[in-house]
Design a protein around this ligand. Structure first.
Ligand code: DQA
Length: 149
């Protein structure tokens, strides 16, 4: 099972970016934790981060080729990127959206996700653990779908 982990803009700055909101862990720390959980769950992880909307769309589209599911933190694009929403809808793969912070507790513009309605689920507010919880949920969905097929 191959899972693509996609991170959007400014998440490359985790560790130094607003630590009061996003914690002091880095993206490399998160990726290492996801990889360790992936080994436990028997799946292979591939990582991608970009600050550019089109590159994120390209990456989502490329997942049609050999990827079983996507774990994505679209970052600020969550709130307004119809292009990323349409790419998620187009690939017809299970996608789980994650956020480090609880977007529902924050500014009103962050409380709306245009991408969540085309995802299987959303995990918010658990810090770096949002990714690990999201990965567990995603793997469960893929396994159930395989059994049903
Ligand atoms: C975020 C929340 C977004 O509103 C913000 O733009 C981010 C990070 C999160 O993980 O909490 O960049 O996606």
């Amino acid at each position: 099972m191959i899972i693509k982990v996609i991170n959007g803009p400014n998440l490359n700055l985790l560790g130094m970016r607003e630590p009061g909101v996003y914690g002091s862990f880095t993206l490399a720390d998160i990726e290492a934790a996801i990889k360790a959980l992936g080994e436990e769950l028997g799946c292979q992880l591939e990582f991608f981060q970009s600050n550019h909307e089109g590159e994120l769309v390209d990456c989502i589209q490329a997942c049609r080729d050999g990827v079983d599911g996507i774990l994505i933190n679209p970052a600020a694009y969550t709130h307004y990127s119809y292009a990323i929403r349409d790419a998620i809808a187009a690939v017809d793969l299970p996608v789980v959206e994650v956020h480090i912070s609880n977007i529902h507790q924050r500014e009103s513009f962050r409380q709306r996700s245009v991408t969540a309605p085309v995802c299987c689920g959303q995990v918010v507010g658990f810090g770096a653990d949002s990714y690990l919880l999201g990965l567990r949920g995603l793997v469960g969905i893929i396994r159930r779908r395989r059994k049903e097929a």
